[in-house]
Write a protein that binds this ligand. Structure first.
Ligand code: FNR
Length: 183
């Protein structure tokens, strides 16, 4: 069984990226599964808090989930042609202390997908993540990409993926990602 931790980078109740992650959970190949984890509860990074109190429990929990999984799937929104601060903040906390980065992220297969109501499918955001994932020593999956545009039409009012072409692309992405993880 290939175990993937999936994290959506939006806190919004009606988030398209959370909807995309839910669709991914339903679309994984056999003998693999995506468990979702939330960045809700991760405080803003503050070096004084870290020095005084150490790593917050919500962060330690996320780190341990990622460390124990075979792979990480990030589902990222795009804000101002870059990644959203809330997700970057969570990842930044997860790289503390620095000595623990290799355990959590080192050589970890990472997939990156995203959805936007706009037309460019989070391409800028996904590109902005590349130096971050590179410096963490992850093993980025680049075999396929998934940029979901026009999200208001791709998902229905309940957040269900209703676009057959996007469903097929998601399935193809996950098949490629899982074979990459299995190496
Ligand atoms: C956006 N949005 C956006 N979309 C995009 O495709 N490119 C962009 O640069 C931006 N910039 C941007 C900045 C800020 C501050 C906000 C709040 C939004 C729109 C964004 O894709 C949209 O709000 C999505 O719905 C966010 O993802 P979730 O919450 O639906 O997962």
């Amino acid at each position: 069984m290939t175990r993937i931790i999936g994290i959506s980078g939006s806190l919004r109740r009606g988030s398209y990226n959370a909807s995309l992650l839910r669709a991914a959970v339903e679309s994984v190949p056999t003998d693999s599964k995506i468990e979702t984890a939330s960045i809700r509860g991760v405080p803003l990074y503050d070096g004084d808090v870290e020095a005084a109190d150490g790593i917050p429990a919500a962060v330690t929990q996320l780190k341990d989930l990622v460390a124990a999984a075979d792979a990480l799937l990030l589902v990222t929104p795009e804000y101002n042609h870059s990644m959203p601060g809330v997700l970057k903040n969570a990842i930044d906390w997860m790289t503390r202390p620095g000595a623990d980065v290799a355990r959590v992220f080192g050589n970890k297969p990472v997939g990156l997908i995203g959805a936007t109501p706009g037309g460019l499918g989070t391409a800028f955001s996904q590109t902005a993540w590349l130096p971050v994932l590179h410096t963490l020593g992850t093993r980025m999956y680049t075999g396929r990409s998934l940029y979901v545009s026009n999200a208001a039409k791709v998902f229905d009012g309940e957040g269900k993926l209703v676009d057959a072409a996007v469903q097929q692309r998601l399935k193809g992405y996950l098949e490629g990602f899982v074979s990459f993880i299995r190496g």
